[in-house]
Structures are given as structure tokens and as C-alpha cells.
Design a protein around this ligand. Sequence first.
Ligand code: MG
Length: 299
Amino acid sequence: MLTIRKIIRVFLVPPLVKSNSVNVLRTVFVPAAWPNQSRHHSTVYPRVRGMGSPAVSAAARHLVVFDFDQTIVDVDTYTTVAQMAPLRGHALPEQLATAPKREGWVEYIHAILQFNYANKITSEEIRMKLQSLPLVPGMPELLEYLRANRLRLYDTVILSDANMCFIQWILEKFRLSDCFLRVFSNPAEVDEKGHLLVGRYHEQTDCQLSPKNMCKGRVLQEWMAERERVTGIAYESVYYVGDGENDLCPGKRLTARDIFFVRRDFPLARKLVESPDVQCAVELWSDGFDVMKRLKELG
Ligand SMILES: [Mg+2]
């Protein structure tokens, strides 16, 4: 019987750099309009009108950062995919049921995907299932507000430990792809068998608050520094919207000018009660309307 480690060794291919892989991904699942993948395993919106041009004000821009699972989409995508085989009567082996804590999410989803494929659940079915998931109430309205004001005020990005495919599929379903300047997540591709492969964003052991495949705080800080160097845009403030414990690391790196929007009654809120060691303001939210109301007040 395959152990999880063996499954991972066979199927996990980090980083995903095969030259034809992106083409396969695009051919099978990704509309031509989807942005190019960069070497940072993120997408770059190719021609956001005015981005980086003189039309964009560099003087008082704000960066709005979204987690994805249970922040934009109102469920956990990995848990959803993990339930697909059991719902058809194929119970998860015990080592898979306990895998997340032991191996990390990237390894977990790889093992889950292989289990799904072994039980005749296809990538297309997974995509359809994910595209049936609900968004957090008010999130489309919030994202539309940010899109409408992107030239004047906001850059908006996703920073997620899910993977590029899951995020792309769901954003496309809701026609929200062009709301985001960048998407930072674990790289994903579809192989010649039509199977989805997920790799690690990077390898890290420095940050104990973060999983080894993605330190969100580091990703965010490095990108902001690069953006300032390349475009001259230094954000007046950062608004970080999240729900999970892996949002704590970036939250701790926010400054007194920033706001940490923490979803009420979710793990991050409970964690902050235990360890309220942040420099920024913390504001609780329940839906996208809460965040939008506050951003409008801040102007
Ligand atoms: Mg989350």
C-alpha cells in the first residue's frame, strides 16, 4: 500500500517548471484571457488599464490583500475536494484523514487528488465542484468596489496557501479575475493524464508561524519591496483580509498605518485573543459588506 510519503514522492513536482506545463494547463482549463504565470508562481494581470502608468496615483495608494479560502470563497477548497470521494462511498484511508497536520497542505492535497483519481473522480469534476461553491456574502460587491477604484486608490492581490488552479477556476466562474493585480499561491498544473499537480510556492524553515511551503508574510514583504523598487509605489497603508492561522504571520508584519481585517469567530480571531501581538489596528468582519463600509469611510 502506498504511504503518503511515497505518494508525494511519486507525484509531487516542486517547483513546477516544465516548459510545456503551462500550455497544458491553459489548453485544458484556462481561458486565454487568464494572466501569464510568472516565475514566482503568481499571476500578473497583464494590462490593468493604467497600472504603472501616469494615470495611477503613486502618492496615496493602498494595498488590499485577501486570503482566499473562507475569506473570498465561503468554504475551504481543500476540505471540499477531500470530501468528494467519501461522498461516493470511498472512505479516506486513515493516513489521509490525518495528513494535514503531519505533512502540510500541499502534500495533503496531492494525496487527496491521487485518491480521487484512483476512485474515478476527474479534474473536470473537481473544477465543477469548486465552481459550485458560494462566495462569502458581500465579497463580489467589495471586489467590484475595489476594481472600480483601482486607478484612484487600490491595488488588490490574493495571497493564499491553496493553489493557482483552484483560485483561477473560482475567480473565472464569478468573473472576478481582473479584480486582482497579482495572485500569489502554490503553483499547479495539469499533467498529460489530466491530473492536477500542486507544488510548493517556496521552501522555508525560518518562519515558525507558517507552513514550510509558504510564508505569507515573507511573500508579501518581498513583493511590496520589489514593487516599490520597480514602480516607485510605496503603499500608504495595507489592508489585510483573512480568517486563518496562517494569516497571522503577515498580520504581525503590518505596521501602525495598516489594518488587519480578521474574520469574526474564525481561527485567526481566536489566535489573536491568545496572542494579540500586532502593531496594526485589528478590525473584525463577518462579510464583505463590513470591509467595504470601512474602506469607504477611510476613503
Ligand atoms: Mg483562509
